[in-house]
Ligand binder design. Structure first.
Ligand code: NAD
Ligand code: ZN
Length: 651
């Protein structure tokens, strides 16, 4: 195989993806190693060093990209590199796809095989190709902290380890993961007194075994943190919440309790930082001062020590690179599940592992300024069913009961019954090979429900000035409906029934969110609440809102769920329909409501089902024709009798 190593061109990136020792090993395996001129210079490896072990030096990046079957890099490809990527070419590097949609699109378009360092994962959940950079950053954090404590750099003027007869500095570390542990070892080794805070008791227990006695371990809460903050000379931020921004543990006002001239090194800056006053800096200008406290927040700390970082990184990446070169990506990923998790995009298809995507779905999110709560129960269900598929059914059912039923018991009780009933249903449905959780999970994940909800809710807020309020549960359930509401206002999406069609789903959401707003403003007070007329206007209004939202992509017929034939029939027989409807308008009988709103019921034998949608839509259309295009939003607060009279529609 031809393995290519281009020179990194991202600003201030001095690392290189392959060192001469690695090149030698690949060459002796019979591969051709193609290194761009000067690629290793920033890390102290001249072209000669590569040539001496059998690598070819290519004068230009184009040559490397156009000849290599596998590209090894450090940083994600940046724009000038995108057009050089070839179809079928393997690209092994950090990608951080979540950070850039443009990059994701470019990689999909290129048709290459993208294997991302940051998602290679061991069975222990460790990320072996991220760990070395965290080790570097953790150790470096202490060195930088010590430096900026010196007077010339603006610091308090104390020596980290003290001297005999003088107390050492106090180092406070927030988070005891890879960064925090490495920082603690380093600071303790230099003689400082160290206090490390973490929220994981298991982690603290482990650390108490491996860290030296001048490191105190404390459970992380606000009280403990503030107490330590007032004593600290150096604070190191090393907190991480997987898949989320770092929590802001230290608030701006908290800086007041700290000593003037003390130093904060916020290593977590790449995830937003865990100190409120953190903003990213660069190696050129690494620090700034807020309220007398020196802040160091370089987002790519390892870049400051490229030689160490290159060696640390390539030690970790090289074994995988060797496998990829020897076996090709297909075989290599088949043989090594850790590498399989590194596979992100294959020839235009995103293949990022399902379980990882599931694990990234937050259990709950708030939208439209926290008036709307979305509970993503389906992610937990799918995770149990798909992740544990190698385990016994009863183990999966236990997990479902624990993670899916019990935390949302009142919802499930209302929808399908008690826990025993839930288990019975789950066993009969979720394990069936033709259930969507087994056949169509990727399609459902590709809907990106969160973005659909956000789009519809934001649109409604903007168009109507009203916020939908309430709770939505998204579940794999018995499929009695695809989307709808309970009498207490709780809303439901049942993915067992939903067609994974992004646009259709989005328009349904606009429809249902409109119901929420309408119900909230008129539900309790409208004298016609609960009648056929109210249901008719309500469905018409919701369908009309979805029609407006679709902005020309949907016909009125589609907006009310009619075929074109049904719609034309209804238009042609509109008088007949209104005459037949009139006697029922004030009724609250269930049978009458069904006659108007159920998809399996008809008002007129020869006519279409669910005429409430048609009639309601026509009423709103008539109203808008009289009062202007934006006037449909006024109807959200009007009693339904006034809507009807204001529309002039002959009903
Ligand atoms: N700036 C840089 O150059 C650079 C380099 C490498 C890593 N990082 C960043 O450093 C951060 C830490 O990385 P890591 O590899 O150590 O992660 P990690 O997952 O190994 O450790 C994070 C730790 O934070 C703990 N934690 C979570 N919430 C906490 C809280 N409220 N209080 C105290 N502890 C809490 C977790 O229990 C965990 O032990 C990440 O944001 C990472 O991206 C930055
Ligand atoms: Zn409706």
């Amino acid at each position: 195989m031809i393995v290519g190593v281009p020179k990194e061109i991202k600003t201030a990136e001095h690392r290189v993806a392959l060192v001469p020792a690695g090149a030698e090993s690949l060459a002796s395996d019979g591969h051709t190693v193609l290194v761009e001129q000067g690629a290793g210079l920033g890390s102290g490896f001249g072209d000669e060093a590569y040539r001496a072990v059998g690598a070819e030096i290519a004068p230009a990046a184009e040559t490397v990209w156009s000849r290599a079957e596998m590209i090894m890099k450090v940083k994600e490809p940046i724009e000038p590199e995108w057009s050089r990527i070839r179809k079928g070419q393997m690209v092994f590097t950090y990608f951080h796809f979540a950070a850039s949609e443009a990059l994701t699109k470019a990689i999909i378009k290129s048709g290459c095989v993208a294997i991302a360092y940051e998602t290679v994962e061991l069975p222990s959940k460790e990320l072996p190709l991220l760990t070395p950079m965290s080790e570097v950053a953790g150790r470096m954090a202490v060195q930088e902290g010590a430096k900026y404590l010196e007077k010339v750099f603006g610091g308090y003027g104390i020596l980290l380890g003290g001297v005999p007869g003088v107390l050492p500095a106090e180092v406070l570390i927030l988070g005891g993961g890879v960064v925090g542990t490495n920082a603690a070892k380093m600071a303790a080794g230099l003689g400082a007194h160290v206090t490390l805070l973490d929220i994981s008791l298991d982690r603290l227990r482990y650390l108490s075994d491996v860290l030296p006695p001048n490191v105190d371990l404390l459970y992380s809460n606000r009280h403990n943190m503030l107490e330590q903050l007032s004593k600290a000379d150096v604070v190191i931020g090393a907190v991480l919440l997987t898949g989320a921004k770092a929590p802001k543990l230290v608030k701006r006002a908290d800086l007041k309790v700290m000593k003037q001239g003390s130093v904060i090194v916020d290593v977590a800056v790449d995830q937003g930082g865990c100190i409120e006053t953190t903003k990213p800096t660069t190696h050129d200008q690494p620090t700034y001062v807020v309220d007398g406290i020196i802040h160091y927040a370089v987002a790519n700390m390892p870049g400051g020590v490229p030689r160490t970082s290159t060696l640390a990184l390539t030690n970790a990446t090289f074994p995988y690179a060797k496998k990829l070169a020897r076996l090709g990506w297909k075989e290599a990923c088949k043989k090594d599940p850790s590498l399989l998790l590194g596979l992100n995009v294959v020839e235009g298809k995103v293949v990022y592992s399902l379980s990882r995507r599931l694990a990234m779905i937050p259990a709950e999110v708030y939208l439209a300024d926290s008036s709307l709560r979305i509970v993503n129960v389906y992610g937990l269900e799918a995770l149990a069913v798909r992740e544990l598929s190698h385990q016994s059914r009863s183990a999966v059912l236990d997990q479902l009961a624990r993670d899916v039923y019990r935390p949302y018991a009142s919802f499930w009780k209302g929808y399908m019954g008690d826990e025993a009933r839930f288990r019975e249903w789950a066993e009969a449905s979720l394990f069936a090979s033709d259930h969507p959780v087994n056949t169509n999970l990727a399609g459902i994940l590709n809907l990106r429900l969160d973005s659909l909800f956000t789009a519809s809710a934001n649109w409604l807020v903007k168009a109507s000035g009203r916020r939908p309020r309430g709770v939505w549960y998204i579940v794999f359930g018995p499929g009695w409906t695809d989307m709808g509401g309970f009498t207490d206002g709780t809303m439901l999406v049942d993915l067992s029934k939903v067609e994974p069609d992004r646009e259709a789903f989005e328009l349904k959401l606009a429809h249902e969110l409109t119901h929420m707003v309408h119900g909230a403003s008129t539900g309790g007070t409208d004298p016609d609440g609960g009648t056929v007329l109210q249901r008719t206007i309500s469905e018409g209004l919701a369908s009309y809102a979805a029609y407006v939202y679709a902005a020309g992509r949907r016909t009125p017929a589609q907006s009310v769920g009619y075929t074109d034939a049904e719609w034309s029939w209804a238009l042609a027989h509109e008088r007949e329909l209104t005459t037949a409807a009139r006697p029922y308008l004030g009724s609250r009988e269930r049978a009458d409501l069904n006659r108007f709103a159920s998809r399996s019921d008809r008002l007129v034998d020869a006519g279409p089902p669910a005429v409430a949608y048609f009639l309601g839509f026509r009423i709103v259309q008539a109203y808008v024709a009289k009062h202007g295009a934006a006037s449909w939003t006024d109807l959200l607060d009007l009693p339904v009798r006034q809507v009807l009279s204001g529309s002039g529609y002959p009903l």
